[in-house]
Design a protein around this ligand. Structure first.
Ligand code: PLP
Length: 259
């Protein structure tokens, strides 16, 4: 059974309880603003945690998983596939299309020289496209693989120097170019809020991303601006109140990250 042995950081019961609490908090936040919890995709961010824990989480009904480093993630994706097929799990559940199994999200910064690895990883969505050059390379390798890579554009709303992402003012010229790339398809925007003691302080950042999304939808109505990927363990409820369609949650599900 998964969940046993020292490499798993959180036992099954704790994991189940954490997931239930996160789901309840998502539903309550959605309800506060008259939204349905069904509109919000929970991405369980499994970085630093082993494949066995992903499998245990999958068995508890989670379908979307996020990773932030392709070097760690691609082998893990393979291992999860092996583990699930060895127990006949993934094959039995056909809910993610032709290749059933977890739906993977790349949420972390991608170096340009890793673009090919990202395409090889087979991520359903790359959240962290933060420059035109990366979009160009993803597009090229996706086309070579006969695919179209869905992407979000990461925006540095808070303006912190340490954060990746397009400056809001740089977004329009970037999108003008990205829209011409046939190997990538924009699905919306992503941001990381600053780390603040009170999640309320992150609210203006989330509201600003939503407003920026609405402006982009006016300016580029031919593109798809549906998604707002925003909200992590410390601030996901506020993000949902401000319109998040995807929340990326690690610690509230898996506990502290491993070294
Ligand atoms: C690690 C990570 C998360 C999840 O963070 P938690 O605070 O553990 O919920 C979300 N998004 C990105 C980009 C991350 O790297």
């Amino acid at each position: 059974m998964s969940g046993e042995g020292s490499i798993v950081t959180v036992d099954r019961e704790t994991l189940a309880r954490n997931l239930e609490q996160v789901r309840e908090r998502i539903a309550a936040a959605a309800e506060r603003v008259g939204r349905s919890a069904d509109e919000i995709t929970l991405v369980a961010v499994s970085k630093t945690h082993p494949a066995e824990l992903v499998v245990a989480t999958w068995e508890l009904g989670i379908r979307h998983f996020g990773e932030n480093r392709v070097e760690e993630a691609n082998p893990k994706i393979e291992e999860v596939r092996r583990l699930l097929s060895s127990r006949g799990e993934a094959a039995a559940s056909g809910d993610s299309g032709p290749q059933p199994g977890p739906i993977w999200h790349m949420v972390g910064h991608v170096q340009s020289r890793k673009a090919r690895d990202v395409i090889e990883g087979g991520y359903a969505l790359v959240h962290s496209v933060d420059r035109v050059k990366l979009a160009r390379r993803l597009s090229r390798f996706a086309l070579e693989a006969g695919r179209v890579q869905k992407i979000l554009l990461e925006v540095n709303v808070s303006g912190e120097a340490t954060k990746f992402g397009f400056e809001p003012e740089a977004l329009i010229p970037a999108v003008e170019e990205i829209a011409t790339l046939s190997g990538v398809r924009v699905r919306g925007l992503m941001t990381m809020a600053p780390i603040v003691p009170d999640p309320e302080e992150a609210r203006p950042v989330f509201a600003a991303l939503r407003e920026l999304r609405d402006r982009m939808a006016d300016r580029f109505p031919e593109l798809d601006w549906y998604h707002l990927s925003m909200g992590m363990t410390d601030d996901f409820e506020v993000a949902i109140e401000e319109g998040a369609t995807i929340v990326r949650i690690g610690r509230a599900i898996f506990g502290p990250r491993r070294a």
